[in-house]
Design a protein around this ligand. Structure first.
Ligand code: NDP
Length: 330
């Protein structure tokens, strides 16, 4: 094993976030009971905000960003993991407060890890990443609210993004009828390929709703927030559920309580960062089982650490289709 390895490091200069590729050694790594060789990481919306400095994501400097990673255990003082084990890490404020996945090696806490489920490998796991994991948590939330495939159409907003693309693919595989809401007209073929039956333009869903609109959706997965979420709620049918996980379009919610009190609609928040380990394991095994390999192939593109600053800018502008897998060894 070589003494040094490559990592993307963020620092602050005059209040601006600066990113550099640096050579680090194991001694530079933070405390943790597991040393990992990082096989792959991925680019999420939050990583884009961290690298560009457009959002207050980083809470400790210098920071190695990357809110998720898949790797192989090199050394472990935890009884739960041994050298050679393949593991996944998402959330737990990694890439925000603790050093994350944009490095060839990282030291982490074993309690954050999930063993690689059967049917996945590091690369496929990071084609899924935090975005896909969150998509599965949203699907589970709809199921738990009783939204079954025969209940009607499920809307997915921000559909061409990471959470959206994987939500469309999982829902279609499970037999749901999916309406994809996207601001990218050129993504029609892609979204239909993932299993969407219907594509709606973002503009149509971005119109301020009346307190109640015609009932169109048995449920929805929303990664956009703001007016789009308010409209989805106003259009959700009696007893339906909307799983809300994101704010790509804004953090406000300009709607009314009418869908809740007159249509028994449920608004279910979804958080992936602090999700308990047992639920993580269930979600990851379901991702291995319920997300077709073909869809994952279409969703993922691979990038090096050097390419991340430009891609980070693109993801904050909503301009990335699907998922970016990060190969720190490229
Ligand atoms: P992406 O950038 O990959 O996808 C977001 C998509 O939203 C875009 O591709 C675009 O899709 C749409 N979009 C972008 N800007 C706007 C806008 N101004 N108005 C309406 N739609 C817009 O990000 P991710 O999928 O990684 O994350 C999506 C959201 O979910 C983010 O807000 C992120 O922070 C959040 N998130 C939350 C998690 C949690 O634990 N709660 C975990 C992971 C993500 P299109 O062009 O098709 O409309």
């Amino acid at each position: 094993m070589s003494d040094t390895f490559k990592a993307l490091v963020l620092t602050q200069n005059d209040g601006k976030t600066v990113s550099d590729i640096k050579q680090l050694s194991n001694d530079d790594l933070p405390d943790g009971d597991v040393l990992l060789a990082v096989d792959y990481s991925s680019l999420n919306y939050k990583d884009g905000l961290a690298i560009t400095g457009k959002g207050k994501i980083v809470r400790q400097w210098p920071m190695v960003p990357g809110i998720d990673l898949a790797g192989t255990v090199l050394e472990s003082s935890s009884p739960d993991y041994s050298s050679g084990d393949s593991v996944i890490l998402t959330g737990w404020s990694v890439g925000e407060k603790y050093w994350g996945g944009y490095s060839q090696r990282q030291k982490v806490q074993s309690k954050w890890l999930v063993p690689m489920p059967s049917g996945l490998d590091s690369r496929r796991a990071m084609a899924i990443g935090t975005a896909g994991f969150t998509a599965m948590l949203c699907v589970m939330a709809l199921e738990e609210a009783g939204v079954k495939p025969d209940a009607g159409t499920v809307a997915v907003t921000g559909a061409s993004g990471g959470v959206g693309s994987i939500s469309v693919a999982i829902l279609a595989k499970l037999g749901y009828t999916v309406a994809a809401v996207s601001g990218k007209p050129e993504a029609d073929t892609y979204l239909k390929g993932l299993g969407a039956s219907e594509i709606l333009g973002r503009e149509e869903m971005n119109q301020p709703p009346r307190p109640l609109e015609g009932q169109r959706w048995a449920g929805a997965i929303d990664s956009v927030g703001s007016t789009v979420l308010a409209r989805v709620l106003a259009e959700t049918q009696y007893g339906g559920c909307v799983a809300a996980c994101g704010l790509a379009g804004g953090a406000d919610l300009p709607g009314s309580v009418m869908p809740f009190i007159l249509r028994n609609v449920r608004l279910q928040g979804v958080d992936s960062v602090m999700c308990p380990v047992e639920r993580r394991k269930i979600a990851w095994q379901r991702l291995a089982d319920d997300l077709p390999a073909k869809a994952l192939g279409e969703i993922g593109q691979v990038a090096s650490l050097e390419e991340l600053p430009a891609l980070a800018e693109s993801i904050t502008l909503g301009a990335i289709r699907g998922r970016v897998i990060v190969d720190p060894n490229a």
